[in-house]
Every structure is written in C-alpha cells, then in structure tokens.
Design a protein around this ligand. Structure first.
Ligand code: IMP
Length: 504
C-alpha cells in the first residue's frame, strides 16, 4: 500500500514566528548570519567553506551569470553559475569570476568603433551604464581604442548617426592601469589624475577591467565580502548527472569553490553515481551539493551518497509548473521541516553536520527567516535575484514599467533537459517551467541590505544572535487564513505604496 503523509503539505506563508525574550545584547548589529555550506564534524572542526549571509543564487540562465556572482560574493553569499550551457562556457564564466579581483570590474558595456551615438544610447538603456569601452571587436577583452562617458556627448545637439570614434576619448589620451596592478595602486592613479574610472589593460592594449572611483570607496563598505585565500570571489557552479566526467574537471580547473548537482529530483541513482565518481577522483577536496529532495528518505540517501550539502524543494519555484505537470512535490515549509529533522538525526548518529538549503518558493523576506528557523542553513533564490541589475538578462519596458526577464530551467526557452533527466533520450518531452517577467528592482546590494536588515530584526525579536540560536529558540506557529488578513494593513485606505522603502 502507498505511504500516506497525514499532515498537509504546507508553505512558508502558513507560518509565523512568535517572539521570544530579547536581552539588551540582542541588537541587529550584534547578529551574525555566518553559515556553513559544506558538511563538517560539528564540535570538532570548523567547516571548510562558510558564507557570511545565508543566501545563494539559483543555478539558472536568467539568474546566475558572472556579474551576479561577483555582486553576491561582495555581499557575502555565493552564486551557482548555471550549468545549462557548454562546459567551455561555464568554465570560462567561473574563470572570469575568479579573475575579478575585488574592486576590479569586467567591462559589461562595450561597443566597436563603427557604433554610433544611437548605439550608445541603446546600450545605456539596456545596461544602465554611462561608461563604455570602445574596443576593436566590441568585446569586453578586445583591444581598447577609447572610452565614452555621458560627458562626451550631448544628445540634443548631435546627429544620432555620429560614429563613436568622433567623440570618445581615444586611447592615447587615456590614463590606464597595467594588468596585475593592485587595487591600491589603481586607486593612487585615480586620485593623482582625478579620474572617475581607470581602464586596466595588458601589454597588448587589451582591456582587462575597470576600477571605478565609487567602487573603490564602496569596496571598503563591503564588510561581508566572501573571498578565497587569494582574495578572489568565492563562486559555485552547477553540474548535471550526464557530462560530469568532462564538466567537473573543467570547473575545478577554472577555480570553482563549490559545485552542486542541479536536478529537479535528486533521490536517484544518477546522483549517487555522480557523487561517487567525484569522491573516487577527488576525495573530499571537491565540495559538491546534491538535490533536490523533500523528505527524510531522500535526505538520508544523498547524505550516505556523500553530498556536502543537500538542497530541498520540488515544485515550489515561482516559475515552476512541476506540480501541475507531474503531480510531484511538497509544500516548501513541510519539506524543510522534515529534512531538517532528518539532518539533526543524522548528526546525532554520525557527528557529521550536513548543511541544508531551502530552494525556491521564497516570496517575502520573512520567508527566509522562517526557512532558517525551520532548520535550513541557507536558502537558494531565483526570482529574488532575477529582478536585480546584476542578473544576466536585459532590462525591458513592459506597459511603461521596467522589467527583467525570468525563465525556468525547465522551460522551452532554457531547454535544460539534464535537470529533468530520467535516463533515456536527451530531450525534454514537456516543459516544467515558464518564461516570465519580474519587476526590475535595482542594485543587488540595496535589496540584500534591506532583506538582511529584516532578518536580523526578526532574529532579535526571537532572542537569537546566530542562525543556530534561531533554530534552537524559534517558536513557530501555524496561521489561519483570517489571521493572514489581520496581518496586513486592513480596514484602512493605505496612502502610498512605500511600505518597503528604506527609512531615511
Ligand atoms: P524561486 O526562487 O521561487 O524563483 O525558485 C527558484 C528555484 O526553482 C530554482 O533554484 C530551482 O530549484 C527551481 N527551478 C528553476 N527552474 C525551474 C523550472 O523550469 N521548473 C521547476 N523548477 C525550476
């Protein structure tokens, strides 16, 4: 007879936290959000990889590119570069993140010399950048011919067909830093020549990066920055259970700090085979997460197969239609609670603590706090990060509003059939995800700061200064549908929509 879970499967919105005692020590400034990402013998050793905030970005084409990876590492979290691209392209992305030293920014807005003022304006609209590099082939690493800033042109007075070469600052007149210089050397040039940006070039005049005056200042404002021993950003990468023999060595060689098997359903022999191959070849030196699972049995299977962390969630993603298409999945809160229990039992038995990640279904910031209180060590977010300037998609205008595109890995657009692989032919016979728009929300840092501030305040309300303390002390209650109504502004006419605005 089938197994029945008698408790209904619940989502985060069905729960709230009940405050606990908070002492005078319990201030948001005293809260640490440091969290482990790979398994360790708790009490005997420190985890070999931790994050400073409990957030990772989803392994998705529309979320985790190299720009997102640098921006998130700067704030203390990790991006997992998407694996639904060729091995070479994914490894190259990882390599570029590792080559981005903190404060050195890869040029994202580049044009070739035959571009016109109209192209400049279009690029500015697309990327939001006012500084552009003119390179021989229009690429980010081409031979630098000049740079353009908005001070170099007057839209009202110039013909849109004017070639950029007519109004750019040509290379000969630029002050450039030499590839390999340190951030403080770059900053000395910025100060000496009163520059707003310094292009960094190699001996063949190829563009390597920019150092921006504002970024140098803000570099000092990133106390959570997540760097490896060589002061490079920490970055993760997605792998699949098909081409791991090629993909894993390429990503390891490119410098990925942690890998994750990206699959919609992880309770499978394919994952065990992949994990075994990695362990046989690299021992424990390569860190790899696995998933997704939604119950204790799935957790135990991946724990025993050797996963460094385990990801939870089937069907809860904002772009996901797996539950509708296949009728599998589980409410994200219920899945997190059950897997956390299984993880604690496993720890009691073995002394090994395996971090767990709640993946998908985070709608409100407080859902993150709930996931942590329920036992997750960190959360993976797709929709949340897709809205930011740093996501790899274009900013578009829909009905007069700025939007970003966000599509599922199981959509016809992404064609990530490996994620839904059940063996057999290499193709998706039906989709499990949709293609969508999300409202553009600006810079990652501003949004993450606000989210973390809310998490820290709630943790203080619960009397917790660390995530571990929150997990031990949290009092969690189910809510009724009428109490949800009571929880929002109600029976008043709200004057404005600035509820989420930062208090100035
Ligand atoms: P979100 O944060 O709610 O948008 O969920 C993101 C998560 O949804 C990802 O980390 C994946 O686990 C999952 N996901 C990504 N693409 C798809 C899809 O096409 N179908 C189902 N789930 C998906």
């Amino acid at each position: 007879m089938a197994t029945y879970f008698t408790e209904p499967s619940r989502t985060f919105s069905e729960y709230l936290l009940v405050p606990g005692y908070s002492s005078c020590e319990c201030t948001p400034a005293n809260v640490s959000l440091k969290t482990p990402i790979v398994k360790f013998r708790k009490g005997e050793e420190e985890p070999s990889l931790t994050m400073n905030i409990p957030m990772v970005s989803a392994i998705m084409q529309s979320v985790s590119g190299e720009r997102m990876a640098c921006a998130l590492a700067r704030e203390g979290g990790i991006s997992f570069i998407y694996g639904s691209q060729s091995v070479e392209n994914e490894a190259a992305m990882v390599r570029r993140v590792k080559a981005t030293k903190a404060g050195f920014v890869r040029s994202d807005s580049n044009l070739s010399p035959d571009a016109t003022l109209a192209d400049v304006l279009a690029k500015k609209e697309e990327t939001g950048h006012s500084t552009m590099a003119i390179t021989e082939d229009g690429s980010a690493e081409g031979k630098l011919l000049g740079i353009l800033t908005s001070r170099d042109y007057r839209v009202s007075r110039m013909d849109p067909n004017t070639k950029v070469t007519a109004f750019m600052t040509p290379y000969e007149k630029l002050i450039c830093g030499r590839d390999g210089c340190s951030l403080s050397q770059a900053n000395d040039l910025i100060w000496e020549y009163k520059l707003n940006q310094l292009p960094i070039v190699d001996e063949e005049q190829h563009l390597k990066a920019f150092v921006f005056r504002k970024d140098y200042d803000s570099h000092k404002e990133h106390p959570n920055e997540l760097l490896d021993g060589d002061k490079r950003y920490v970055v993760g990468a997605g792998i699949n259970t098909r081409d791991y023999e090629q993909r894993v060595p390429a990503l390891v060689e490119a410098g990925a700090d942690v890998l994750c098997i990206d699959s919609s359903e992880g309770f499978s022999e394919w994952q065990a085979i992949t994990l075994k191959w990695i362990r046989d070849r690299y021992g424990d030196s390569v860190k790899v997460g696995a998933g997704n699972v939604v119950d204790a049995e799935g957790f135990r299977f991946l724990a025993e197969a050797g996963a460094d962390f385990i990801k939870i969630g089937i069907g809860g993603g904002s772009i996901c239609i797996t539950r509708e298409q296949k009728g599998i999945g589980r409410g994200q809160a219920t899945a997190t609670i059950e897997v956390a229990r299984a993880r604690d039992e496993y720890y009691k038995e073995t002394g090994i603590y395996i971090p767990i990640c709640s993946d998908g279904g985070i709608v409100h910031d407080y859902h993150i706090t709930l996931a942590l209180a329920m036992g997750a060590d960190f959360v993976m977010l797709g929709r949340y990060f897709s809205r930011f300037e740093e996501s790899p998609t274009k900013k578009v205008t829909v009905n007069g509003t700025y939007m970003k595109e966000y599509w599922g890995e199981g959509s016809a657009r992404a064609r990530n059939w490996q994620r839904y692989d059940m063996g057999g032919a290499n193709k998706l016979s039906f989709v499990e995800g949709v293609d969508s728009y999300v409202p553009y929300a600006g810079a990652l840092k501003d949004n993450v700061d606000l989210t973390l501030s809310k998490i820290k305040h709630t943790m203080c309300n619960c009397g917790a200064l660390t995530i571990e303390e929150l997990q031990q002390k949290a009092k969690i209650t189910l809510v009724s549908s009428t109490s949800i109504v009571e929880g929002g502004a109600h029976d008043v006419v709200v004057k404005d929509n600035t509820l989420d605005a930062k208090v100035k």
